[in-house]
Write a protein that binds this ligand. Structure first.
Ligand code: ATP
Ligand code: MG
Length: 274
C-alpha cells in the first residue's frame, strides 16, 4: 500500500495547513529535537482511528489540537487527511485514490470522512482490516519501540506479542463484553425486582376481582330471593282473600236464613195474638 499525501491542520505543532507529499522511494523527515517529527507519526496513527491517548503522547484526546504559543492563538479543531493510492485495489473500494479525514473540535465533537463523505470510525477500521495497515496494525514502529521491545520484561513483552498477534483487540472486546454483561445482569436484577412487585400487585388485584365477583353473585341471589318473597306474599294474600270472600258468602247465606226464620216467627206471633 502506498501513501500519497498527508495533510495536517491544527494537529499538535502544525498550526498552519501543512502538506507532506510522499514521492516514489523512501521519504525521510529530519529536524532538530522537538521540531514535530513524531507529531507526523502521531497524525498518521490518529487519522487511522487511533483511540489510545497514551499512544498519541497526550493526557486527553483534545491534546492533539494545537494549543497555541506565545505568538499564536490556539485553534478550535484539528484535522488530518491521508491520501492512499489504491490502484491495486487493496482497499475494498472502487476508487484508485482513497482519502480519509479525521477532525476533532475542542467541544469534543469528532468527525470521520471517507473521500469527503461523512463516515464512521467503524467503517474506516473495517476498510483497513486485514491490510496490515491501520491504527492497530504493526505498520508503525515508533521512536523507542525497538529499544522498548528489547528491554521489556516478560509481562510487557507478552503485551507486545499480544498486540502484534491482534489479541489485544479481542481482549479489549472481551472487557467491553464483560462490562456489558455486568450491566445486563444489573438490569436483570432490577427487572426481577419489578416482576416481584408486579406479582404482589397481581395477587392483590386477583383477590379484589374474586371479591367483586362474589359481590355480584350475592346481589343476583338477593334479587331472586326478593322476587320469590314478593311472589309468595302475593299468593298468600290472594288465597286469604278467597277464603274471606267465601266466609263472607256463607255468613250472608246464614244471615238470610235467620231473617227468614224471624219473619216466620213474627207471622206465627201475629196469628197467635190475633
Ligand atoms: P525528538 O527528535 O525529540 O523526538 P520530535 O521532532 O519528534 O522530537 P515531537 O515530539 O513530534 O518532536 O514534537 C514535540 C513538539 O510538539 C513540542 O514542541 C510540543 O510543544 C509540540 N506540541 C505537541 N502538542 C502540541 C499542541 N497540542 N499544540 C502545540 N504544540 C504541540
Ligand atoms: Mg520524536
Amino acid at each position: 500500500m502506498k501513501l500519497k499525501k498527508l495533510e495536517l491542520f491544527g494537529f499538535k505543532s502544525f498550526a498552519e495547513k501543512t502538506e507532506i507529499i510522499f514521492e516514489d522511494g523512501i521519504t525521510v523527515i529530519v529536524g532538530p529535537n522537538g521540531c514535530g517529527k513524531s507529531n507526523v507519526i502521531d497524525a498518521l496513527k490518529w487519522v487511522l482511528g487511533e483511540q489510545s491517548v497514551k499512544s498519541l503522547r497526550g493526557n486527553e484526546m483534545a491534546d492533539v489540537i494545537f494549543n497555541g504559543t506565545d505568538k499564536r492563538p490556539s485553534l478550535g479543531y484539528a484535522e488530518v487527511s491521508l491520501t492512499i493510492q489504491n490502484t491495486k485495489g487493496l482497499l475494498p473500494l472502487e476508487y484508485t485514490e482513497v482519502c480519509i479525514t479525521r477532525r476533532l473540535y475542542t467541544s469534543g465533537e469528532s468527525e470521520y470522512l471517507l473521500n469527503k463523505q461523512a463516515s464512521r470510525l467503524k467503517d474506516i477500521r473495517e476498510l483497513f482490516l486485514d491490510t496490515g495497515f491501520g491504527a492497530n496494525a504493526y505498520s508503525v514502529i515508533e521512536q523507542g519501540n525497538v529499544e522498548a521491545m528489547l528491554q521489556a520484561d516478560s509481562r510487557e513483552r507478552r503485551l507486545l506479542f499480544e498486540e502484534a498477534a491482534g489479541i489485544s483487540k479481542f481482549k479489549s472486546r472481551k472487557k467491553a463484553a464483560l462490562s456489558k454483561l455486568e450491566h445486563v445482569e444489573q438490569n436483570l436484577l432490577r427487572v426481577g425486582d419489578i416482576i416481584e412487585e408486579l406479582q404482589k400487585q397481581l395477587r392483590s388485584v386477583k383477590l379484589q376481582a374474586s371479591k367483586a365477583r362474589k359481590y355480584q353473585e350475592y346481589v343476583e341471589q338477593l334479587k331472586n330471593l326478593k322476587i320469590g318473597l314478593s311472589l309468595k306474599n302475593y299468593r298468600d294474600l290472594k288465597e286469604k282473600g278467597a277464603t274471606v270472600s267465601e266466609q263472607a258468602a256463607q255468613t250472608g247465606e246464614q244471615n238470610q236464613k235467620i231473617v227468614a226464620e224471624i219473619n216466620e216467627l213474627e207471622v206465627q206471633i201475629n196469628t197467635l195474638e190475633g
